[in-house]
Design a protein around this ligand. Structure first.
Ligand code: NAP
Length: 363
């Protein structure tokens, strides 16, 4: 089968995108370009058309590669065009089909064009992964408001824009999977990253609201993925007003681990996918003993999330992408120093005991 998608970009130049009226014609009969036949959702990744935002680095990049390795068609969205083009070639070499569609997720029109181009090229969208995000380290009162707002615009409104771009097509198709990548911090807050945490809480709420609003179309599924600390360039690219270089907090997973969970969600969608025992323990503790967690969170985060390496205040990649970090991994294979981590496990166990004791007393 020819690798149509790289060339397709040239094909599309100057064309008026096909409207939704053509969807019925192409949907069910396979891709308009390569003639791939549609399969029932969740059966075979090789027959799946997936849009991935934030594909130029980290988890999005790993997700594109794993879908491609399984023969899937991936439409790659981010701002760093050269990185997307290079990734598209890697995806083709891995056995998939890929098309780079540079776009800024803060622009709703840009994501509408992405959705339209996806349908234009492949006849349908099976899976849309909202994944693009930025982060911001700093004390709440010392963080520039402009940066705070940009995090919410990218992480939360970016997902809203993605959902609004794809849901009309899903409704038309009667099916589709929307996967929203949140974070463990969406259910266990942490200090010095408040804009990021707020955006992640909002993403869980967005998924929950959409799930209820879409009950009339059972073929549309909404999945929230909650990864823990992952070895990606997120921390190097992030805005930083703490004065110290940031690093992942807690045990660090490989981006491929999260990518595999996203692949599973595309095959067998669930409401929520929590990745890692540490995230589960943290969420349990937050539910059972929030005041206890409040007390040591600040110390734990300050010690574990930052290195003893001073950095100048910076808005990182919030407004302009950073080409040097267009890669799969950050530089943290294993945590160097995580003094609070054993305490977190202990806290989780204590919280669990307290919860069980309180539940017993309530009977
Ligand atoms: N790494 C972790 O520890 C961790 C933990 C839990 C959850 N997560 C979540 O996992 C997802 C992926 O993060 P990651 O760790 O892989 O970070 P990353 O390597 O920094 O990747 C972020 C991606 O978002 C894109 N992006 C940022 N701003 C954008 C914009 N305005 N428009 C379009 N794309 C934009 C970036 O590409 P461009 O700069 O080229 O636009 C990049 O591809 C995020 O939702 C993150 O919150 C990460």
């Amino acid at each position: 089968m020819e690798g149509y998608c790289i060339r397709l970009k040239e094909d599309l130049q100057g064309q008026v995108p096909r409207g939704r009226e053509n969807l019925g014609r192409t949907f069910g009969s396979g891709c308009v370009r390569c003639g791939k036949r549609e399969k029932a959702m969740g059966q075979r990744i090789e027959d799946t058309v997936t849009v991935i935002t934030g594909a130029s680095s980290g988890i999005g990049r790993a997700t594109a590669l794993i879908f491609a390795k399984h023969g899937g068609t991936v439409l790659l969205v981010a701002r760093r065009e050269a990185a997307l083009e290079a990734l598209a070639l890697e995806c083709e070499a891995a056995g998939g089909h890929a098309l780079a569609l540079p776009a800024d997720v803060t622009d709703p029109g840009a994501l509408e064009r992405v959705a339209r181009q996806a349908v234009e090229s492949c006849g349908r969208i099976d899976v849309w992964v909202n994944n693009a995000a930025v982060t911001l380290f700093g004390r709440f009162e010392e963080t520039p408001l402009r940066d705070f707002r940009r995090v919410l615009e990218t992480n939360l409104l970016g997902y809203v824009h993605g959902a609004r771009a794809v849901l009309p097509w899903f409704r038309e198709q009667g099916r589709g999977i929307l996967i929203n990548i949140a974070s463990g911090v969406a259910k266990m807050p942490q200090p010095f990253t408040s804009a990021y945490v707020i955006s992640k809480y909002g993403i869980v709420a967005l998924s929950d609201c959409l799930r209820q609003e879409l009950v009339d179309v059972p073929g549309i599924r909404v999945v929230t993925v909650l990864p823990g600390a992952t070895n990606t360039p997120l921390f190097q690219q992030g805005a930083n007003y703490m004065g110290w270089a940031a690093r992942p907090l807690g045990p660090v997973a490989d981006p491929e681990r999260v990518a595999r969970a996203i692949l599973s969600a595309a095959l067998a969608p669930e409401r929520e996918v929590v990745i890692g025992a540490g995230v589960r323990a943290g969420i349990a503790l937050e539910r059972l003993a929030p005041a206890l967690r409040d007390r040591w969170a600040a110390r734990w985060v300050e010690q574990g999330h930052f290195e003893e390496r001073p950095v100048a205040p910076s808005s990182g990649n919030l407004f302009q992408p950073m080409p040097e970090y267009a890669r799969l991994r950050g530089d943290w294979a294993q945590p160097a120093r995580q003094p609070g981590w054993p305490w977190m496990i202990l806290g989780g166990v204590l919280g669990l005991c307290m919860g069980v004791a309180l539940a017993g007393r309530g009977r």
